[in-house]
Design a protein around this ligand. Structure first.
Ligand SMILES: [Zn+2]
Ligand SMILES: [Zn+2]
Length: 320
């Protein structure tokens, strides 16, 4: 199961209701902060998630609306929180800028009580946990070194206890080995194959996060069959040329990407204050009905065999 909490959902500059881009992905005991726009640390507190175990930060690209919050957040971590190490992942241009921000301005390197690892992203798997993997893939936006992320839960086959009982399978390490797919020879000489006690494969959920992007045609293989796709919708289709000029896409283009690639739920973010939220929703839903334009502090849960579920947000504005 994954959960995603949107901390900031505005493009470029904040509005009264929307902060700058940041979201937290929760996966078991792991937490990932994806982007860190200005004001993120207060939104983390407001969201109720808190700072604990928030020691992995993934950055989509180097633009200031996605990274300026790192200054305040890292300063707080260094002064107040018991966090000894933090990983910041990004493309080369992003890390160069983060380096300048943190070491040129924010931190007195000599007294730094927190170890910061700046890790360059490659278009490959960056982490493998017991139940899921996280991968990065290249995205086209202004400048180089822009990335999207795939959070992929592993498929698994449930252990069928009733079948195990019928076979008189002892409780113990043999069961764990069968779950891993190994064949087991019991003390009485019987050979038990995994297929004898495991059910049908249950696909793991897939969450794809794309930050700012000017193209959708080169990310289709990565968003394929995502249970939820988070992607920008900075412009409406009436301003498609402007979108292209500034390295962005429109709500209609995001919705078309979702429709053509088996995405189940579309979560649009990075919205401009020049538009009404309702107009962005309407444009996207004409193409892909299961679309949300997310708001600050919205939360969504992705579970195996369940539709993506929106959890109760902490606010209740009806429109902007
Ligand atoms: Zn942006
Ligand atoms: Zn950008």
């Amino acid at each position: 199961m994954f959960e995603i909490v949107f901390l900031g959902t505005s493009a470029s500059a904040p509005s009264i209701h929307r902060g700058l881009p940041a979201q937290i992905v929760l996966a078991g005991e792991h937490r990932f902060l994806v982007d860190c726009g200005e004001g993120t640390q207060r939104q983390i507190l407001r969201s109720g998630v808190g700072f604990k175990r928030l020691n992995r930060i993934l950055l989509t690209h180097s633009h200031l609306d996605h990274i300026l919050g790192l200054g305040g957040l890292i300063s707080t971590f260094a002064s107040w929180e018991e966090m000894s190490e933090i990983e910041i992942w990004g493309g080369k241009p992003t890390l160069d800028r983060v380096q300048k921000l943190l070491y040129g301005v924010v931190l007195d390197y000599e007294r730094l009580p927190i170890k910061i690892h700046l890790i360059e992203l490659r278009p490959t798997k960056l982490m493998e946990a017991k139940d899921f993997t996280v991968s990065a893939f290249p995205v086209t936006h202004r400048g180089q070194g822009n990335f999207g992320f795939i959070f992929q839960e592993k498929s698994r086959r449930p252990f069928l206890t009733d079948k195990a009982e019928t076979l008189n399978l002892p409780v113990g390490p043999e069961r764990a080995r069968l779950v891993k797919g190994e064949t087991v020879t019991l003390k009485d000489g019987r050979i038990i194959q995994p297929d004898m006690v495991l059910g049908e494969t249950i696909r793991g959920v897939k969450l794809v996060h794309i930050g700012d992007t000017s193209r959708t045609d080169n990310v289709t293989e990565f968003v394929q069959d995502a249970d939820a796709l988070v992607i920008e919708a900075t412009f409406l289709n009436e301003n498609v040329e402007e979108a292209r000029a500034f390295g962005h896409i429109t709500a209609r283009e995001a919705a078309t990407l979702a429709l053509e690639n088996g995405v189940k739920t579309l979560l649009l973010t990075h919205v401009s204050r020049r538009y009404r939220e309702r107009d962005i929703i309407d444009e996207a839903r004409q193409v892909f009905p299961n679309t949300y334009v997310v708001r600050d502090l919205d939360q969504f849960a992705l579970r195996r065999d369940h539709p993506v579920e929106k959890k109760v947000a902490l606010h209740s504005e009806t429109d902007e």
